[in-house]
Design a protein around this ligand. Structure first.
Ligand code: NCD
Length: 305
């Protein structure tokens, strides 16, 4: 059986640890100009049905370092524009002899469906509001680099948790690794049923940020919102923006993170995003190394079968 990376929820703490450790090793090797283990004679399909800057580029960079070939799939230029279903598209790619798929889709669960029909490894690059496992692994690596470990940290995930796959994958990873997770935001942007998600809910920013070691800011995903989820951007920013003032609630050495893309002046201000406490650019860079580890991990699973 092929090994897929569809979500953090299904991974054990040991598997998460192994993936992050491998990513850190690849990073050290690349920074020292040393060779990394390659994945030769394989071609991975890159299926991005939703826009992406960071995730797509870092999967491309990861493949480049591993000497793994990528084949780009452009949904608008494919037979899907002629009505072909996702199932038939995936089956076609399977018989085109692709070795694996990296897939982003607006529908939660689409990569899981793809894995069923493709048979080979499928890596979820973000599906709807479900999961974004490689983002969470990169965030885990970044926290370990800056804070030494995840266990015992207080982490606030702030903003539009309802529409965020990053929030869900981060919450799973952090709680599995022993952090205290807080979900902070207005009632309309926190999932109704939080029993399905690890973390304690806070609706007041001051209480949610009190004494935290890490703040993960989230973008307001207006493209996924229903009417009425948000009264006004100004009001949201006034109540929930992470900025010079509100950072005072957190620990003095708090780490500020954001998966990007950032809406500056809304969920976060320039001081918080660009200051010394910010790890936002490190998150981007670490995205490459965790995706290298993830690609090795799914293909290694294939050899064992
Ligand atoms: C996020 C995504 O697409 O889930 N970005 C990312 O991959 N780094 C978050 C977002 O779109 O706000």
């Amino acid at each position: 059986m092929a090994r897929n990376l569809l979500g953090i929820r299904q991974l054990s703490t040991d598997e998460i640890g192994e993936l992050i450790k491998t990513a850190a090793e690849y990073k050290a090797r690349i920074e020292a100009n040393k060779p990394v283990p390659e994945i030769k004679n394989k071609v991975i399909g890159m299926l991005f049905f939703e826009n992406s800057t960071r995730t797509r580029m870092s999967f491309e960079q990861a493949a480049h370092y591993l000497k793994l070939k990528t084949a780009n799939f452009v949904a608008s230029g494919s037979s899907m524009s002629k009505g072909e279903t996702l199932k038939d598209t995936v089956l076609t790619l399977r018989y085109e002899r692709l070795s694996g798929l990296v897939m982003r889709h607006r529908q939660s669960g689409a990569p899981t469906l793809a894995a069923r029909f493709f048979g080979g490894p499928v890596l979820n690059a973000g599906d709807g509001r479900h999961e974004h496992p490689t983002q969470a692994l990169g965030d885990g690596l970044t926290i370990i680099e800056r804070k030494g470990q995840i266990e015992g940290l207080k982490v606030a995930i702030v903003g539009d948790v309802e529409h965020s796959r990053v929030a869900r994958s981060d919450a799973w990873l952090l709680s599995k690794c022993g952090a205290e997770v807080r979900l902070v935001g207005p009632r309309t942007l926190i999932p109704q049923n939080t029993s399905l998600l690890p973390g304690t809910v806070f609706h007041e920013l001051s209480a949610g940020l009190a004494d935290v070691d890490v703040i993960i800011c989230l973008r307001l995903q207006r493209e996924r919102m229903e009417e009425g989820s948000l009264s006004s951007l100004n009001e949201y920013a006034k109540l929930y923006q992470v900025n010079r003032e509100t950072l005072r609630y957190a620990k003095p050495d708090v780490l500020i993170m954001h998966p990007g893309p950032i809406n500056r002046g809304i969920e976060v201000d320039d001081t918080a995003a660009d200051g010394e406490s910010s790890a936002i650019t490190a998150q981007v860079e670490n995205g490459i190394f965790v995706r290298m580890a993830a690609l090795h991990w799914v293909f290694a699973g294939e050899h064992q079968a």
